[in-house]
Design a protein around this ligand. Structure first.
Ligand code: TXA
Ligand code: MG
Length: 310
């Protein structure tokens, strides 16, 4: 992707004034503001209609700047070396003298840290004097945005600027891992857990449906396209859109495929855009055929299950 420096400059100027803009990342678009500014972070919560107790992910260019705000540990350094920049978010302890806005963290002493790989996001982060708080650029509990048009659909004129970055390559949010003690996955995402296990050379706890919800991102209802979803469907009902992982020989207007050949990575990339398309085509409900529960299929199933609780 060619980087348009005039656009980066415009984004930078707005962010310097504590404005809130949308930025592309390789996972999904983010609603970004200066993570050191209470004013900018308040705007993010307001625009997204996000509950105040749901802390924001903070995006950094590289390790150097994170050191100023967070306490690093061995597991983090191992994973950072192999996987950053990329679709993984690390939960770390904050330093007591960190400059991160208490609005962003909801006064928690931990921080979700991510290093996005998207060249436009990196070019912007490199030029800023502060990291960017950026939750996914969608109205709270709805589908994340994977194009600038998706962001426009959700926010219209309420958003000051959308930095163009094309379509997000991964298409689902980052995998979140808590590294404060024993590594623990808090959200399945764009990075396969097996890759993390190989690097740390151990099996990692998965805690994506805790009995006690520690952050609202773990709520059962989330990622909703705004219409009912039925899962593992073999026979659809009249008028339903049918979502399948692999292209079928017979083509019908209500059949939607996530991948031509049933590739799980490609399916994850197409998931949100296909759900948005079905909603736009005015279907009242979606039936989903079974999706293999391995690799990124696990992330797809996690999102569809939460979306089906709508
Ligand atoms: O791929 C992504 O992660 C995208 C792009 C824009 O970076 N961002 C994203 O942000 O998905 P958001 O806010 O939609 O989801 C972040 C999740 C939320 O469920 C939030 O509760 C959780 O991260 N989170 C934030 N701070 C946390 C913390 N200190 N401890 C545990 N979870 C945290
Ligand atoms: Mg989100």
């Amino acid at each position: 992707m060619k980087i348009n420096l005039a656009n980066i400059k415009k984004a930078k100027n707005l962010l310097n004034k504590s404005e809130c803009i949308a930025i592309p990342t390789e996972t999904v678009y983010g609603l970004a503001g200066n993570a050191y500014s209470d004013q900018a972070c308040r705007k993010i919560f307001r625009l997204k209609k996000r509950p105040k107790n749901n802390p924001l992910i903070v995006h950094y260019y590289d390790l150097k700047k994170v050191k100023e705000d967070c306490i690093l540990n061995d597991n983090f350094l191992k994973l950072y070396k192999k996987l950053s920049p990329g679709p993984i978010t690390f939960i770390l302890n904050l330093k007591t003298n960190s400059k991160i806005s208490k609005i962003a963290t909801n006064k928690k002493n931990t921080l979700a840290v991510r290093f996005p790989k998207h060249p436009v996001a990196r070019s912007l982060l490199k030029k800023l004097k502060f990291p960017l708080a950026a939750p996914s650029a969608n109205i709270s509990s709805r589908l994340s945005a994977v194009t600038s048009n998706d962001v426009k659909d959700d926010f219209g004129k309420k958003i000051k600027y959308i930095l163009e970055g094309g379509r997000s390559n991964i298409g689902v949010e980052s995998t979140i891992i808590d590294l404060r003690k024993k590594p623990k996955i808090l959200r399945l995402g764009g990075l396969d857990i097996k890759t993390i296990q190989k690097i740390l050379r151990k099996k990692i706890l998965i805690n994506i449906n805790p009995s006690k919800i520690s952050v609202p991102g773990q709520f059962k209802i989330h990622y909703s396209p705004g219409i009912p979803i039925r899962l593992n469907v073999k026979k659809i009902k009249k008028g339903e859109a049918y979502l399948m992982i692999k292209k079928k020989k017979i083509d019908k207007p209500n059949y939607f495929f996530l991948s031509k050949k049933g590739n799980l990575r490609e399916s994850a990339k197409n998931l949100y855009s296909t759900l948005r398309k079905i909603k736009k085509n005015k279907y009242k409900s979606i039936a989903v055929s079974k999706i293999p529960n391995r690799g990124l299929g696990k992330t797809i199933n996690d999102r569809l299950l939460r979306a089906s609780k709508f």
